[in-house]
Design a protein around this ligand. Structure first.
Ligand SMILES: C[S@@+](CC[C@H](N)C(=O)[O-])C[C@H]1O[C@@H](n2cnc3c(N)ncnc32)[C@H](O)[C@@H]1O
Length: 281
């Protein structure tokens, strides 16, 4: 179903207004949403417009450009930071069984967790690597363009109510320990052991506008590219390719793929179903 965020002037006018809004945001705030996939962008814009009480895209643009707080709310909405611990457990199981042996061959491992959201994925990786005996010689760089979620991730606190589901995910992902050994309950929060973060660097990084900042043995970027248009996806794949060592590992989300991109020939699958690839060229 098409969601109309415009003022009734038809699809072409709506597209013009969205382009103008995104251009204005880029020029005024330096945040670039111009290459994001239109479908989910329109749904999010429509919701924010309703909540900000803006009847037209032009009125919404006026508000966002003149009110940084409205821009912040839009940023939060467009970030879509839905995540979870050991999300898609079969991915982690494949990572444990097929990627860990590859990583073991390196004396020191740098892993980039791009689009880490509130950190559940980062903690899952730290736990997995700890159990594999690799955490000590790994540095995880966990990045997101939304400063608020990065801050949240650093705190290492997640709702206690979600621990039952996360424990199930952990077990399905091949975990064999008591999951509760990794956190302490504090009111409604599960506070994860700070020891897991000893080798984790959280930082703000925008995949659209920031460049490479290191060379990695593995890059995981799951459920982020799905929100980008094709051109932007290709740009980010170039960034990842430039940032991976030869034979380095790329992990994507279940709905994402390196296939049908210009860099497809540079990778071979480690586990095609789980979207785990190895750079070979
Ligand atoms: C749906 S979450 C995915 C979180 C986690 N990777 C997972 O799979 O559970 C998408 C994340 O991508 C981040 N993101 C969106 N655009 C980004 C960009 N241009 N640069 C960096 N992160 C971005 C959002 O802020 C959000 O935290």
């Amino acid at each position: 179903m098409a969601v109309s965020v415009g003022n009734g002037g038809g699809a072409e006018l709506e597209r013009i207004e969205i382009d103008l809004l995104l251009e204005g945001i880029f020029r005024h705030y330096g945040i670039d949403f111009r290459g994001y996939a239109l479908g989910s962008l329109k749904r999010r814009l429509a919701r924010r417009m309703r909540e900000e009480g803006a009847a037209t895209l032009s009125a919404f643009q006026d508000k966002v450009l003149h009110d940084p707080a409205a821009m912040e709310r839009l940023l939060v909405s467009l970030s879509i930071s839905v995540t979870g611990m050991f999300r898609d457990p079969t991915f982690y199981r494949a990572f444990r069984e097929k990627v860990v042996p590859l990583l073991r061959t390196y004396p020191f491992i740098r892993l980039w967790n791009a689009g880490c959201a509130t950190g559940e994925e980062t903690f899952s990786l730290a736990i997995l690597l700890e159990e594999a005996g690799l955490l000590e010689r790994t540095r995880i760089y966990a990045t997101d363009f939304n400063a608020g979620v990065v801050e949240h991730a650093r705190a290492g606190e997640f709702p206690l109510a979600r621990m039952k589901a996360y424990t199930e995910n952990y077990l399905q992902a091949g975990g064999t320990k008591e999951f509760s050994r990794y956190y302490t309950a504090d009111g409604g929060a599960a506070r994860f052991s700070p020891a897991l973060l000893e080798n984790v660097v959280f930082a703000k990084h925008n995949l659209v506008s920031d460049g490479s900042f290191n060379e990695f043995q593995a890059i995981l970027c799951r459920n982020v590219l799905i929100y980008f248009g094709r051109t932007l996806q290709e740009r980010v794949h170039t960034l990842f390719h430039d940032s991976l060592v030869n034979f380095g590992v790329l992990g994507l989300g279940h709905k994402e793929t390196i296939r049908f991109t210009p860099l497809e020939h540079c990778y071979e699958p480690i586990d095609a179903r789980e979207k785990l690839y190895r750079r070979v060229a």
